[in-house]
Design a protein around this ligand. Structure first.
Ligand code: ARG
Length: 579
């Protein structure tokens, strides 16, 4: 609907320009918002206020001319001027009902991508394999997963890339320790944290061990067969830990999506040689660097992007440069989204700029760093265990599920244990994910079990429960969502409000996809659940005054149920039919 309104306004602007009312050549971004108060219509635009100055007119006068120049459209019932010069658009309820009918008849709920379908690479999760996944890896994993699902639903070809850290200096230390324990069984290794700590202790205590560790990194990176064998064994175990966490979280990542830093090893020398051939490298204290005019430090001195250390070693940036061209040349990406901590913003700005300068990627390939803030503890400080250690992600998920189990059991003591466990998993894991996804991606947030497990407010339990209410309404009648006959007609205020929200699903998903911000989908579903509640309270369904009204209301409920279910699924939450 917003797109339609934007197009109507655009046509009016073109017409006014050709009539000389507006200067030629204006190309403003036309903003159209949902109104808060429905007595002011359904959508509003501030275009007349934006263009009043260049047009040399008062905003309200321009607004009047715009209304006169707007083409007729079935979906718009009327347009009014409000306040200082807003244009308020009132949706035509018959046209709105018609749109909902189309959504009901479509397994994609009438959702289409606003622009052309693209091949999109999603760089997500990417833990370092030397240690176990900790809470710091949660955000990249689940935000990336949600955006990937939305893009897929909109019709993009999505390629997930798990750029795991499997090649750093820490591996020398781990290999040296593995060599000392030739009998080290998989079981011993499966406690990765303990293994890492023991290796680190040796490293700090013995300089002979530390030297050997350094030698081993060099040997490994040079392709030594023994080193590679140990390294593969270690990584296989570490990756199987990651996979267990992914499965538990219900994110769509598999071993096939792993393309770690090591995968680019053979190309790193070429990256440096190509940068050199393009004249982009400068030597600084023996290291090879790319200097770009737009990157300066606080004192105004040029900042280097280092691609090779004085000793010959390559860096994180070198690997990322190699990855940009792999994603372009081999994966044929149109767009690459990097879900990585906000603190790496400068790294990505520099890598993207250098990749473009070097011609590693075509100008048409979009690269966007989808940075995110930190997950803090309830005290607002970085999330830690009681003794100050990092919290393992798996421990956090276990606790969430246990707490959900206790809560659900207290509410429904009659449920059998198997069902309780199943509900606890959906609610507990869903709560952790939803609490994270519902915050704006770039802000920090405080992790709080009590709040995220509450059945009130913008939480997973509230939404999962809202969905079960719709599901049970249908179960009681022995119907499913696709079986309701009849037509939607929108009479009551609550029906209109619910319908208008349902019609915003496509716009919402397109915004999530464009900006990589799943919180928009969370607020949308929360609003939808709220509007459904007031509809349900005010517009009797089973006791409706006549058959046609009952069917219309059931159809609205069916579309609400399907939209909630689809929306939660796109966020990566498991829905329940009852709880
Ligand atoms: N392993 C890195 C870290 O833990 C994240 C990698 C993100 N992706 C990338 N292409 N650099 O910080």
């Amino acid at each position: 609907m917003k797109d339609t309104i934007r197009q109507l306004i655009q046509q009016a602007l073109t017409r006014l320009a050709s009539e000389g009312v507006l200067p030629e050549g204006l190309s403003p971004t036309i903003q159209v918002e949902n109104t808060k108060d429905k007595s002011h219509g359904d959508f509003a635009s501030n275009i007349a206020m934006m263009l009043a100055k260049p047009a040399g007119m008062k905003p309200r006068d321009l607004a009047e001319k715009l209304i006169a120049a707007l083409p007729q459209d079935d979906q718009v019932a009327k347009v009014e001027i409000a306040g200082p010069g807003f244009l308020n658009f009132f949706q035509n309820s018959d046209a709105l009902a018609q749109r909902l009918e189309e959504a009901l008849a479509d397994d994609h709920l009438g959702v289409r991508k606003a622009g052309p379908a693209q091949r999109t690479v999603i760089d997500l999760s990417a833990p370092n394999l030397a240690k176990e996944m900790h809470v710091g890896h949660l955000r990249s994993t689940i935000i990336g997963d949600a955006v990937a699902r939305v893009l897929e639903f909109l019709g993009d070809t999505v390629i997930r890339q798990n750029h795991v850290g499997d090649w750093g200096t820490q591996f020398g230390m781990l290999l040296a320790y593995m060599q000392e324990q030739p009998v080290g069984s998989d079981a011993e290794l499966s406690d990765l944290e303990g293994f890492y700590r023991a290796a680190k202790k040796r490293f700090d205590e013995s300089s002979e061990f530390a030297d050997r560790a350094r030698e081993l990194v060099v040997k490994l990176q040079a392709g030594d067969a023994d080193c590679l064998r140990l390294w593969t064994r270690f990584n296989d175990i570490s990756l199987s830990h990651c996979q267990a966490v992914y499965d538990r979280l219900g994110v769509k990542l598999t071993m096939a999506d792993v393309k770690g830093e090591s995968a680019y090893n053979d190309d790193l020398a070429n990256v440096v040689a190509d940068l050199k051939a393009k004249g982009l490298l400068t030597e600084s204290d023996g290291a090879l660097c790319v200097f770009m005019d737009e990157f300066k430090n606080a004192e105004g001195n040029p900042l280097p992007l280092i691609v090779q250390k004085a000793g010959g070693g390559y860096l994180y940036a070198t690997t990322d440069l190699a990855a940009t061209r792999y994603r372009s040349n081999v994966l044929k990406a149109d767009r690459v989204l990097y879900f990585v901590d906000q603190r790496q913003a400068l790294h990505f700005q520099m890598v993207f700029a250098a990749a473009r300068l070097a011609g590693f990627v075509p100008a048409s390939m979009e690269m966007e760093h989808m940075g995110f803030g930190t997950m803090n503890g309830a005290d607002g400080r970085p999330f830690k265990t009681r003794d100050g250690g990092t919290v393992k992600l798996i421990d956090l998920l276990n606790e969430a599920e246990q707490r959900a189990y206790d809560l659900v059991k207290a509410k429904n003591p009659e449920l059998d244990d198997a069902e309780l466990r199943q509900i606890a998993s959906a609610v507990g894991i869903g709560a952790v994910k939803y609490a994270d996804l519902s915050k704006h991606r770039t802000s920090d947030y405080s992790f709080n079990f009590e709040l995220m497990l509450s059945f009130e407010g913008n939480t997973a339990p509230y939404l999962l429960y809202a969905y079960t209410r719709v599901a049970s309404l249908f179960r009681k009648r022995g119907l499913d969502f696709t079986e309701v006959e009849g037509h939607i007609s929108l009479a009551a205020e609550q029906e209109q409000a619910l319908a208008a929200k349902l019609a915003q699903f496509a716009d919402t998903l397109n915004n999530v996809a464009a900006k990589g911000v799943p919180h928009l989908l969370c607020s949308y579903l929360y609003d939808l659940a709220g509007l459904f509640s007031s509809f349900y309270e005010n517009c009797p369904i089973l006791a409706a005054e006549d058959e046609a009204t009952q069917q219309s209301r059931l159809r609205l409920a069916a579309l609400t149920g399907r939209t909630l279910k689809q929306g939660l699924e796109l966020l990566g939450l498991q829905t329940l039919e009852r709880m």
